[in-house]
Design a protein around this ligand. Structure first.
Ligand SMILES: NC(=O)c1ccc[n+]([C@@H]2O[C@H](COP(=O)([O-])OP(=O)(O)OC[C@H]3O[C@@H](n4cnc5c(N)ncnc54)[C@H](O)[C@@H]3O)[C@@H](O)[C@H]2O)c1
Length: 480
């Protein structure tokens, strides 16, 4: 079976490489010639663990190629997977220009196919608003002069950073199909990955399949905003959200997954998919207040973090002229993707207040330079980023940031102040090394939180001044 994968991005590259690994012939199609050239050299155009090796292996085996000749690739393919981007458009809805541009090219190729060839399967893998796959089907029919094809929706659930493992061992594969042959073809294609367990291939109607993707991402985004809202309450009332989280997650009905407080969600999926749900609701006159709240909490979370940093320096003359180090720019660890990354907004907000920012990211530096330009400087090493800094902000929980050499860090920095936006650093070690440590949803200021607990009416800790954490930094706990 020959598969054309359109859109050599995070989803397309992983999809194509994994299908090739299971013995299929895969041709990548993209409008970005630079990406195609890298694939031909056996290099991944994006950073994703294991992807370059997988591409090279399959290239050497002759199962992978890359072309900008879309019409030819579609003419010869048995299955075409649409994996192009569907970013947020001007009105908050998904921007479907790339998807429909591809559909038009596929229609052109359908007209030119051999009359005797089996109709190809056109699979919409991009995340698209409900009804889009059918609209693509109608467009293919109209513009190909009624040529035969099969149509399916097949949303992708991989996570950047662990995308290959997710694709090879999926919890489930959702396919939206309306004819048995399309379902059988997709079952066959995914069989190497579903035979190991999980729920296997679940065949739904096309509209429900499209909706599963939005509902899943909206649910995950809701969990993140929920715990961040609880973290805000914990901060104000002196509770520790990490302890709260453990306590609530022990309830089987709640469970331990995806309830980590931090700087909120980012990336190319959750923010845009929540917004697309809001837009679907608006168009249909269906209220989506919960998801509007999820979006609002998420936007506020990163702004609040920048405000906390600014508040810490307020009584010392503000942020102007301060040096800040930022560890991590990618929206999550193990990816170079900075789309809608909290760190980018936080860096911009702090630079606007006059701070000089130096950042380090293990993989996202090139993308960060593109997005941040002159707003901030990049450093080649986390400790170099910290040299002379008045504070360090941990924005992405890359493993290497979780247990730094605190003594070395303290020597490098001008002031021993850390804002841990992901709650991954050891409080005990940071405090023992003499740092003031601020995290999310935790009582940074021991004295202030004790005061809160003993008062009849508790004023929020934040209004008492975050700076009380300095006391804690100088008097680490005995067992720390
Ligand atoms: N990134 C993720 O983690 C993830 C996970 C699940 C689903 N999705 C969904 O998958 C889709 C793709 O996301 P992505 O992150 O891989 O996008 P991406 O931006 O990384 O890649 C898209 C690719 O499509 C190419 N492209 C654009 N227009 C084209 C055209 N007309 N013809 C050929 N190629 C074209 C671009 O050059 C780019 O290489 C989106 O709908 C997204 O919501 C993404």
């Amino acid at each position: 079976m020959r598969i054309a994968v359109v859109g050599a991005g995070y989803v397309g590259l992983v999809t194509g490489a994994c299908f090739a690994s299971s013995g299929r012939d895969v041709v990548f199609v993209d409008v970005d010639e630079g990406r195609l050239e890298k694939i031909r050299r056996g290099e991944s155009p994006i950073y994703e663990p294991g992807l370059s090796e997988m591409l090279r292996r399959n290239l050497d085996a002759g199962r992978v190629s890359a072309t900008s000749d879309a019409t030819r690739a579609y003419r010869e393919a048995d299955a075409i997977f649409l994996c192009v981007g569907t970013p947020t458009g001007a009105d908050g809805d998904a921007e479907l220009g790339a998807v429909f541009a591809c559909a038009d090219q596929i229609a052109e190729a359908l007209r030119e196919r051999d009359a005797g060839a089996a109709p190809p399967l056109v699979v919409v893998k991009s995340t698209v608003p409900v009804g889009t796959t059918h609209a693509i089907g109608r467009r293919l029919s109209e513009r190909s002069g009624g040529a035969a094809f099969r149509l399916a929706n097949n949303p992708e659930f991989l996570r950047e950073g662990s995308a290959i493992g997710d694709f090879l061992r999926p919890d489930r594969v959702i396919v939206g199909v309306e004819d048995e042959d399309a379902g059988a073809l997709l079952r066959d294609l995914y069989e190497p990955f579903t035979r190991h367990g999980g729920a296997g291939v679940m065949a739904l109607d096309i509209r429900s399949s499209e909706m599963v993707k939005y509902a899943s991402n909206a649910m995950l985004a809701t969990k993140i905003s929920f715990i961040n809202e609880i973290a805000g309450l914990c901060e104000a009332y002196g509770a520790d959200v990490e302890a709260v989280r453990r306590g609530m997650c022990a309830d089987e009905r709640i469970g331990p997954h995806f309830l980590f407080p931090g700087l909120g969600y980012g990336g190319s999926c959750f923010p845009k998919d929540v917004r697309a749900c809001l837009e679907m609701g608006r168009r249909a006159g269906v209220a989506t207040e919960l998801l509007a709240g999820v979006d609002a909490v998420n936007r506020r979370q990163r702004a609040r973090f920048a405000e906390r940093v600014a508040a810490r320096f307020e009584r010392e003359g503000g942020l102007a002229g301060r040096r800040l180090a930022v560890w991590g720019v990618s929206f999550k660890p193990n990816t170079d993707d900075i789309r809608e990354a909290p760190a980018v907004d936080i860096i911009r907000a702090l630079a606007e207040r006059g701070a000089g920012v130096t950042y380090f990211d293990p993989e996202a530096e090139a993308n960060a330079r593109g997005a941040l330009g002159d707003v901030a400087d990049a450093a080649p090493d986390p400790y170099l980023a910290a040299v002379g800094a008045d504070a360090l902000l941990l924005c992405t929980e890359w493993d290497e940031f979780t247990s730094p050499d605190f003594d070395r860090l303290r020597r490098a920095m001008a002031r021993p102040i850390i804002f841990d936006g992901r709650n991954v650093m050891s409080r005990e070690h940071a405090l023992a090394a003499g740092f003031e440590l601020y995290s999310v949803g935790r009582p940074d200021a021991a004295r202030a939180s004790v005061e809160v607990r003993t008062r009849a009416v508790a004023p929020p800790v934040a209004r008492q001044g975050i700076g009380a954490g300095a006391e804690l930094g100088r008097r680490p706990k005995k067992n720390g």
